[in-house]
Design a binder for this molecule. Structure first.
Ligand code: COA
Length: 258
């Protein structure tokens, strides 16, 4: 990483000799909940990976037992005072959707909210048996993000996507495997090694062919980004809604007695 890299104490970015950029989320005491500074550091790492001539794959990993508990809910509360269009979360999501370098996720433990929707943008996803996915946006008074309303129905079908997004139904590693949301389930101690090996393979292939094939597989980029932006408009409205504020306050232990 150059000296100009955006740093966060909870995001460790490491480049390997094989041309892999490892982005490790490292805030285990908060189950890897993501703050604005963490989103900024991850966005910067993606932008610079695309600009690099030596990085051929990106691997996202979390801490033991926590890939990510999603957006930091205290940040959601603080964020309602500013336009969502400037929010680091949205800037990260936009960059995630347009990153050209192939991306791999290694998911151990909980993957909530963006912890799950991030994986929909990854080209390969590996999970430990302890992986637990959940997108509780509606429960929180919000709407889904990261183009998940577009990507998920195309992966798992409309009815399964509705259960996951409208009912916030959790699913485990085996179900994710069955639904084609992960490539393989493997013991936690082999997970990162396997993801890095696949990253090394991707990084060793002709870069232009990898990026062009990836774009062809992914399909209609403009439609996916349009969904992402439509979600962002709805998300901003929802963030300010009393029901969302009440859900955040409840989690943060500040709910007033009834
Ligand atoms: N935002 C802020 N803090 C969070 C967080 C989040 N999204 N997720 C977890 N934390 C914090 C907890 O407040 C707790 O902090 P504390 O030790 O200072 O009290 C710490 O992380 C550990 O979480 P805890 O709830 O005790 O762990 P758990 O193993 O019992 O449960 C989760 C883990 C992920 C199921 C639970 O923390 C949870 O539901 N988090 C919220 C997930 C969420 O709604 N994310 C937003 C999606 S859009």
């Amino acid at each position: 990483m150059g000296a100009e890299a955006i740093m966060s104490e909870h995001i460790a970015v490491t480049d390997t000799p094989e041309g892999i950029r490892l982005i490790r989320i490292d805030r285990p005491d908060k189950k890897n909940a993501l703050t604005g500074a963490m989103y900024d550091a991850m966005r910067d790492a993606l932008v610079k990976a695309d600009a690099s001539e030596v990085i051929g794959a990106i691997v996202f990993a979390g801490a033991t037992g926590a890939f990510s508990a999603g957006n930091d809910l205290a940040d959601f509360v603080a964020g309602t005072r500013k336009p969502f269009s400037d929010a680091p979360a949205l800037q990260f999501i936009r960059q995630l959707a347009r990153t050209r370098t192939p991306m791999i996720a290694a998911v151990d433990g909980i993957a909530v909210g963006i912890g799950t929707t991030l994986t929909l943008h990854c080209d390969l996803v590996y999970a430990s048996p302890a992986a637990r996915f959940r997108m509780p946006f509606v429960e929180l008074g919000l709407v889904p993000e990261a183009a998940s309303t577009y990507l998920l129905p195309r992966r798992v079908g409309l009815l399964k996507a509705t259960e996951m997004l409208l009912l916030s139904r959790p699913f485990d590693a085996d179900e994710a495997l069955g639904l084609g949301l992960v490539n393989a389930v493997m013991p936690a101690d082999l997970l990162l090694e396997h993801a890095l090996a696949q990253g090394a393979r991707l990084a060793s292939l002709p870069r232009g062919a990898v990026q062009a094939t990836r774009a062809l597989i992914r399909g209609d980029q403009a439609a996916m980004e349009a969904a992402l932006e439509a979600e962002a408009v709805a998300f901003e409205e929802r963030l300010r809604a009393p029901e969302a504020q009440a859900a955040f306050a409840h989690f943060l232990g500040r709910a007033k007695p009834a």
